[in-house]
Write a protein that binds this ligand. Structure first.
Ligand code: GUN
Length: 288
């Protein structure tokens, strides 16, 4: 049985169209949502993400404010910029692109963002609210992954979910969202014993470990829904061009799964779409 390929690119386009329509309605009332993105240094992958965020923010009709700072920016300067953005009434959402250069304390920087403008959902207030089921900003990649799961499966109550990866950006918030949906959730990670046996229990597998093609088809329960969050650039033997692959071995997983997200074109496009949706949410709550 071949798996259904979950089209994250098409779903993200729908989300952006909905956000765009809501932005048009807000603009008719004289309100233009604004997203500020701060990039420190010249990490090539971060530069690509920031460029895409800027383009898509403009496309949905929002204001995009880009702040590019040199890699050696002192922490005090970055904190001063965040204080300025917190106070700026034209700014509804603030995102500081991660990873930050090593001399900057990411935790301190993120927690300096006004939690109501924290469209990444990384501020400790938002993390606490998510864990306790209060209204919060939800991190974009897990939110996008959940939208795809709900669209594929409908009600998730009672399903066994295994999240592979325990990062603050994806694994932990994803596990909390699935718990809220009534799933029985296991978080697996690098120390998990017999990972294939753990994964085989799952109706839902979310792979977010950053290890190219690690999850194999023979690990899966037949018919499982697989959400592949990994984006890994590999150089296949004998090929002259690098290739993007996920954390799942796509061909073997697609042969066993009921549904699977591809890489690229699965979760990736959902992340920016959800960032725009979170910015809209922040704007609406402010004028609420
Ligand atoms: N770097 C990789 N993913 C993310 C993300 O979702 N938000 C931020 N701020 N930085 C990232």
């Amino acid at each position: 049985m071949a798996a259904v390929i979950i089209d994250g690119k098409a779903f993200a386009a729908k989300v952006r169209a909905q956000v765009g329509a809501a932005v048009t309605a807000l603009k008719a009332q004289g309100i233009t949502p604004g997203l500020a993105v701060v990039l420190v240094g010249e990490d090539p992958a971060s530069q690509v993400y920031v460029r895409n965020k800027h383009r898509q923010t403009i496309e949905v009709g929002m204001n995009s404010f880009e702040h590019r700072l040199p890699a050696e920016t002192p922490e005090a300067d970055l904190l001063a910029l965040i204080a300025q953005l917190n106070a700026d009434t034209a700014v509804d959402g603030i995102l500081v692109q991660l990873p930050l250069p090593a001399h900057l304390n990411a935790e301190l920087v993120i927690n300096a963002i006004d939690p109501t403008k924290d469209v990444d959902g990384f501020h400790i207030d938002n993390v606490g609210k998510l864990v306790t089921g209060q209204k919060s900003m939800v991190p974009c990649t897990p939110l996008g992954s959940l939208m795809l799961l709900r669209d594929s499966l409908g009600d998730l109550n009672g399903l066994e979910a295994v999240v592979i990866g325990r990062s603050n950006i994806v694994g932990k918030p994803m596990a909390n969202l699935l718990l809220q949906q009534g799933c029985t959730v296991t978080i697996a990670h690098s120390r998990t014993r017999d990972l294939p046996a753990v994964v085989r229990r799952a109706d839902i597998v979310v792979a977010a470990v950053g290890r190219p093609e690690m999850v194999k088809g023979e690990w899966l329960k037949p018919g499982a829904t697989v959400i592949d969050v990994g984006i890994n650039r590999i150089q296949p033997a004998g090929a002259d061009k690098a290739k993007l692959v996920g954390d799942c071995d796509f061909d073997s997983c697609a042969a066993v799964a009921g549904a699977i997200t591809p890489v690229p074109g699965g979760v990736g496009p959902m992340t920016i779409a959800c960032l725009l949706a979170n910015t809209l949410t922040a704007t609406c709550r402010r004028y609420g």
